[in-house]
Design a protein around this ligand. Sequence first.
Ligand SMILES: [Zn+2]
Length: 322
Amino acid sequence: MDIRKIVLLTVLFFVIKPLSAQEGITARQFFTYEKFLASDQLEGRFPGTDGNNKAAAYIKKQFKKSNLKPLNGSYFQQFKLSIKPNVNSIQSDTVETNNVIGYLEGSDPILKSEFIVIGAHYDHLGWGGKGTGSKKKDTFAIHNGADDNASGFSALLTIAKEMGKRKSTFKRSIVFVSFSGEEEGLEGSKYFTEHFPVADSSVKLMINMDMVGRLNAEKQIYMGGAGTFPGGEVLMKKLGVGSGLSPVVNAGSIGGSDHVSFYKKNISVIGLHTGGNPQYHTPEDDIELINKEGAALVCKYIYNTLLQIANYEQPLYFIKQD
Ligand SMILES: [Zn+2]
């Protein structure tokens, strides 16, 4: 091993090691959340249905348990959503649904007024109400969306639980949000970015997780947007060292999930996923195909990302990508 490597590894040890407690980030914890959200009893979590409301209530309960506080007095941010005719038994063309929001205050007297948002949508297609971008024919069956996006939701709750134990040992404040209406065209995140519960300019970066439950044999975690903040590409590669993952880091390639709503508002973003699959938007996107051990590695990687960014030494600002 050459001297540069030794220096790099020593630096990484002291920089990253003290920050990564993460004992509670386990495949078991992840799977507890996953089993709830991907179960038939929620009937695919289509906005405006009981299953969707039950999921929102569950998120609120878990946020509270993990010491997250409500912003502006409520964990719920309700919004109206227009829906196209679909196979879910909804008569009206407008429904009410909720984004669920919780936050942890940062410890630095100045930097705590800056916010890092981490999010994952919890809604899905119900009994088959075709989401945007789906070329598949509707099939009348429960679409559990185990990967899309019970996996991102479970990662969000797992990370929130671990972060909630740290009692503000991070400088910037962190907002955790689970969006509804993603499958109808990123509606929940659009509403959120148009009605920020904090000052617009205080939102410095958004981390999104959509489909993170199917880590492949090459252990690839894909991401877009790493070039939208200073030092982002270097950081995201560096955090891959010793993580058990092979990060595929794109500076741009912003992609098509909720972080796009933030990017459009000139906010730095990182959008993470473990890749597409043939079961996407079909009733076969089920829990048996989830790689829970892989998901735990992904959770740890994202948890470390969040901590690094909440404590980032350099000022965070937006860098546009093509
Ligand atoms: Zn999704």
